[in-house]
Design a protein around this ligand. Structure first.
Ligand code: COA
Ligand code: AMP
Length: 633
């Protein structure tokens, strides 16, 4: 029997009491007198008045409780053919020493530190060391190019940047240091110091005066027994800023506060993921994404579990058995990844032969999130793994699942295509564009009644007006998720699409608006549109459509190559922008709005109705012809 319904009801009847109970799992320096202060912040604040430290709760308290010899971090790196394990004692030494190095470099409470690193354990140490000092980290995903990094440096104005000499993708080594140097060159804000982790695969030779060698300085600090105390911060102080794609090229700096984040994540480890302290939990994501923040770093460590930092891919490092090998070697009990990873595995090993070759006896549950799970992938995973496959719905803005199926409380029956029911803390509704709630089973805008639960973002970094205009203005009293979907008569949520220009490529959230800004900068382009078209492996991939300026006689293939190169150089390889098609005109409404949704439907060969407000319906035929000439689909 699932205890979901009674747990959700207990939260509904007394939200403050529910989260006060959950807060007992956290060690506070000074606890809050009440869990929620409705008059503070934009929509209230959680645990106002409490003092605490996230690093203390992730590291020191486990050591003090006598669990120092338990494994905390496992770095499994098929791309360097190495495995390293760190106990909670080791973690305390590494993080304490790094924090003391950062402090010596001038980092203190409230200062920002940008972390631009591959999947190495030092990335997790860096996040924790910032938390230890009360500094605010901002991790930037390694697949972003220099300009994207520069935008984030400018917005966060970090005192220090922590980076590495290189990242390793299958078949190629990516020099990070030149990207970092270029980003600092572009950015208006210059960090005082950069702490650089030299890696064997490619050390960087050019060290500027501002650059400090990570291994040397932290190594010396460890040898000399240097550490720092865990600085007491307010529960409402920011722990981190994580930039996520918005509708323009300017990413949104989602602010995560300290106390509520700990309370919510700790609650999920046992109740949602069914994980016990001492278990090995693996989020096969990247520390640059919110899933990596919450479940590679903070969640498992708050819980006293072990976390896997995996530097590899689901396929190609070396084969489609990589996930099963990691689960077997480290006795992983729960894996959390994006459906795209499973589609990649399924493509290479359709009968799951490599699953059979591994001992998965400790493995209990697979969790999927980050994009819509297609039924075929879920069914394949269930059949081949013979274990529960749980889809759950997430956003960077919330930091944890808004809907799911709680393993620790006992699961309820899965409905294919649904990421479960709302989690306690989330009052999820579906509304039409006028803000009226729709009948069960009707498609509409998915919104959450305010306040958001603990860990929900209180604002955007240095953009309080954008916070309100992007999220709170459209449906007063509710948080607009920008997802469209339905809630059926049994209370199951279904997420169908984004209502904005965000696309989801291989589980990565990307802005088509940002790509359009890059294309529009090309001197030969009059106008352009980017849409996300369906892709068997990555879910969606971007496709550009461009109109040339009058009189441009250059070959369009050449221009396409330039556009592809420009998006890769300015946004990064992660954008997967590979094709741009020349069209004579873009379809528009009479008021001049580009009909991107209709273009997407034509490219996906979906049925579509010619929009009533279209200016000239003949343009749709031109789009279809251009796609056909290119052999799409
Ligand atoms: N640093 C530098 N480059 C990176 C990078 C990183 N951290 N991550 C990806 N890239 C590059 C890739 O090498 C690739 O480059 P290419 O165009 O030269 O081939 C490009 O960015 C696109 O990457 P991706 O879309 O990830 O494609 P892929 O073919 O490398 O891998 C999957 C496909 C499905 C295996 C992979 O996307 C995956 O594992 N996705 C899971 C997503 C995920 O964890 N999401 C988080 C939410 S749970
Ligand atoms: P991110 O902020 O990168 O985590 O991306 C959040 C977006 O990913 C959501 O707004 C959804 O559009 C999509 N998403 C995340 N999880 C799911 C899921 N389980 N099912 C469908 N879409 C999802």
């Amino acid at each position: 029997m699932s205890r979901y319904a009674e747990t959700y009801a207990s939260w509904q009847s007394d939200p403050e009491g529910f989260w006060s109970d959950a807060a007992q799992e956290i060690d506070w320096f000074v606890p809050a007198t009440r869990a929620f202060s409705p008059k503070s912040g934009v929509y209230g604040r959680w645990f106002e008045g409490a003092l605490c430290n996230t690093c203390y709760n992730c590291v020191d308290r486990h050591v003090e409780a006598g669990h120092g010899d338990m494994i905390a971090v496992i770095h499994d790196s098929p791309v360097t053919e190495t495995v390293a394990r760190f106990t909670y004692n080791d973690l305390k030494i590494q993080v304490g020493a790094l924090a003391s190095v950062l402090r010596a470099l001038g980092v203190g409470k409230g200062d920002r530190v940008v972390i631009y690193m591959p999947m190495v354990p030092e990335a997790v140490f860096a996040m924790l060391a910032c938390a230890r000092l009360g500094a605010i980290h901002s991790v930037v995903f390694g697949g972003f190019a220099a300009r994207e990094l520069a935008t984030r440096i400018d917005d966060a104005s970090p005192k220090v940047i922590i980076s590495a000499s290189c990242g390793i993708e299958p078949g190629r080594v990516i020099a990070y240091k030149p990207l970092l140097d270029e980003a600092i060159e572009i950015a208006a804000n210059t960090p005082e110091k950069c702490l650089i982790l030299q890696r064997e695969a490619l050390a960087c030779e050019l060290m500027h005066e501002r650059d400090v060698d990570y291994a040397e300085t932290v190594g010396t600090a460890i040898r000399e027994g240097e550490t720092t105390e865990c600085v007491s911060v307010a529960a409402t102080d920011p722990l981190y800023i994580l930039y996520t794609s918005g509708t323009t090229g300017q990413p949104k700096g989602v602010v995560r506060d300290t106390g509520g984040h700990m309370v919510a994540l700790k609650w999920t480890m046992e109740n949602l993921y069914g994980v016990k302290p001492g278990d090995v939990f693996w989020a096969a994501s990247d520390v640059g994404w919110v899933v990596g923040h919450s479940y590679i770093c903070y969640g498992p460590l708050l819980h006293g579990a072990a976390t896997v930092v995996y530097e590899g891919k689901p396929v190609g490092t070396p084969d489609a058995g990589a996930f099963w090998r990691v689960i077997q070697d480290h006795q992983v009990v729960a894996l959390f990844t994006a459906p795209t990873a499973f589609r990649a595995i399924k493509k290479e090993d359709p009968v799951g032969a490599l699953i059979e070759q591994h001992d998965l006896s400790k493995f209990r549950t697979l969790f999927l999130a980050g994009e819509r799970s297609d039924s075929a992938t879920i069914e394949w995973a269930q059949k081949r793994l013979q274990r529960p496959v749980i889809d759950h719905w997430w956003q960077t803005e919330t930091g944890w699942a808004m809907s799911g199926n709680p393993v620790g409380l006992g699961t309820f029956p899965v409905k294919p295509g649904s990421p479960g029911k709302p989690m306690p803390g989330y009052d999820v509704r579906v509304m039409d564009d006028e803000g009226r709630e729709v009948e069960p089973g009707t498609l509409g805008n998915i919104v959450c009644k305010l306040p958001l639960p603990p860990s929900g973002f209180p604002t955007l970094w240095q953009a309080p007006e954008r916070f309100i205009s992007s999220y709170l203005a459209e449906f007063p009293g509710y948080y607009a998720t920008s997802d469209a979907g339905i809630i059926d008569g049994d209370g199951y949520v279904f997420i169908m699409a984004r209502t904005d220009d965000i696309i989801n490529v291989a589980g990565h959230r990307l802005s088509t608006g940002a790509m359009e800004e890059v294309i529009a900068d090309h001197p030969d382009i009059a106008e352009c549109a980017v849409v996300g078209i369906a892709d068997d492996l990555k879910g969606q991939v971007p496709m550009g459509f461009f109109v040339l300026n009058d009189g441009i006689a250059r070959h369009e293939a050449e221009i396409e190559r330039e556009l592809v190169a420009a998006v890769r150089a300015r946004i990064g390889a992660v954008a997967v922008f590979k094709s741009a098609i020349r069209v004579p005109r873009l379809p528009k409404t009479r008021s001049g709005k580009v009909l991107r949704g209709t273009m997407k439907k034509i490219a996906d060969r979906e049925e579509f109705k010619t929009p009533a407000a279209i200016d000239d319906a003949a343009v749709l035929e031109e789009i279809a012809t251009a796609l056909k000439e290119r052999g799409v689909p």
